[in-house]
Ligand binder design. Structure first.
Ligand code: ARG
Length: 462
């Protein structure tokens, strides 16, 4: 039984062993070795089913399961070694199993193909990864809610066109990211659900004459069985679902990261990062850079690329296994590996950051309060367009005379519109402006309080 050592496990009909250059191109073992725990878990389910269905004897099934557990232990202890001639993780595990339990290992692949096997492995990886990202994301959401709660009353400008627009509560801003992350959780859960379908039992593409029971293996793995063997081996939608969820999450992280890059610049000066989450320059001694937030911004590029890569690989690929499908793994691994470290850093970065409430409030004053005046007039029956024009003229005059809006003399207000004579001065503060909001989901303190309650209730469910 030295066949395996002389060539690949499919080498029966070949007169020569693979050329080295082909072997190097063909092999997925350098990157799919990380699927080993899932591969073995799937093989244990398969071996158990083979025994229960009488395809192999109960003793053979038990031996296979015992051997696979031993290989799994080796993998978990980091002692599993592979060579390029193993080609892929499936072959490497089978080779190692044979070294442990002998020729009974040759029966493991009955009623199975590497096509349903690799699809299963990737499903298991994707389900697990979606869960890990979900957990890390919930931690970041917790941090957002905590920081929002601690700084509930701080105000800063909200921006449109990156121009100061209107004052908003910092807590409102932080919670805006919370709700975006909550939508990411929905997408991650959907990706985990589509990954929870087991392709095992589809064999190469059309099923198998052996009386395999896909329901048994699926149940063993906490999955539901496939409906169509050809679809089962061809489908990579679950990987796309996860890549899409990660790409959108990456975009969310990039938007948050960009804001913090701005906020921590001296130009804004709204926040300072803890030293433990900043880095310096090799030449400019004064520098304190927000690298972590820049990386959150930067990693979105590769996350979008990973999704695009798999979409393009799948486009126009005929049903059934083609070796192109081997290209499904690296983008998925890359995306998971890009998101997890960013999410791991984020919660403490948020918790340890310091805010300069004075600077934020100052930036949130001035002309950022102009809408307040227009709304004051509109509430008193002045058509909004007229009110807008009147306050616009006032802004122009104030700008020309270099007077801040808060200090606009009464005669200037009245000249813009007589009804402005009665404008309460405390409305012309960032705090007064946010307190004046009455619409649901607004930045008013009571509305943000309600959001915080809702967010805490949501997180309480974890
Ligand atoms: N290494 C392969 C992959 O990653 C496993 C499936 C091989 N199947 C085949 N028919 N050659 O996709």
């Amino acid at each position: 039984m030295s066949e395996r050592r002389d060539g690949p496990l499919w080498g029966g009909r070949f007169g020569a062993t693979p050329a080295e250059a082909f072997e190097r191109l063909n092999a997925s073992i350098p990157f799919d070795v990380r699927l080993a725990p899932y591969d073995i878990r799937g093989s244990i389910a398969h071996a158990g089913m083979l025994g229960r269905q009488g395809i192999v004897s109960e003793e053979e099934s038990a031996e296979l399961v015992w051997g696979l557990r031993a290989v799994l232990e080796e993998v978990e202890a980091g002692g599993f070694s592979w060579t390029l001639s193993d080609e892929d993780v499936h072959t490497a595990v089978e080779r190692r199993l044979r070294e442990k339990v002998g020729d009974v290992a040759l029966k493991l692949h009955t009623g199975r193909s590497r096509n349903d096997q690799v699809a299963l492995d990737l499903h298991l990886f994707a389900r697990d990864a979606a869960g890990r990202v979900r957990e890390a994301l919930v931690e970041a959401m917790r941090a957002l809610v905590e920081v929002a709660g601690v700084h509930q009353d701080l105000v800063l400008p909200g921006y449109t066109h990156l121009q100061r627009a209107q004052p908003i509560l910092l807590s409102h801003h932080l919670l805006a990211h919370f709700w975006a992350f909550r939508r990411d959780l929905v997408r991650l859960d959907a990706a985990a659900a589509s990954a929870s379908v087991s392709p095992l039992g589809a064999a190469a593409l059309g099923g198998t004459p052996h009386l395999v029971d896909p329901r048994l293996t699926a149940a063993d793995l906490g999955m539901t069985p496939f409906e169509n063997s050809l679809d089962a081996v061809s489908d990579r939608d679950f990987a796309l679902d996860l890549l899409y969820a990660l790409a959108v999450l990456g975009v969310h992280l990039s938007r948050l990261g960009e804001e913090w890059v701005l906020w921590t610049s001296p130009e804004f000066g709204f926040a300072t990062l803890d030293d433990a989450y900043s880095s310096g320059s090799s030449i400019m001694p004064q520098k304190k850079n927000p690298d972590a937030f820049e990386l959150m911004r930067g990693k979105s590029g590769r996350l979008i690329g990973d999704l695009a890569a798999l979409l393009v690989t799948l486009k126009a690929l005929p049903l059934g296994y083609s070796k192109d499908l081997q290209e499904d793994k690296e983008p998925l691994f890359d995306a998971v590996d890009a998101v997890l470290p960013a999410l791991a850093a984020l919660p403490e970065m948020l918790r340890t950051a310091r805010f300069d409430g004075g600077r934020m409030a100052k930036a949130a004053g001035g002309f950022a309060l102009a809408t307040e005046l227009a709304d004051f007039l509109a509430v008193r029956g002045v058509p909004f367009r007229e009110a807008h024009a009147a306050v616009g003229r006032l802004v122009r005059r104030l700008e020309e005379s270099g007077v801040p809006l808060e200090e606009a003399p009464a005669e200037m207000l009245v000249a813009a519109h007589p009804a402005l004579a009665e404008v309460p001065r405390d409305l012309l503060t960032p705090e007064g402006s946010v307190a004046n909001k009455k619409s649901p989901g607004s930045t008013s303190p009571s509305s943000v309080e309600a959001q915080l309650r809702e967010a805490r209730t949501f997180l309480g469910g974890f």
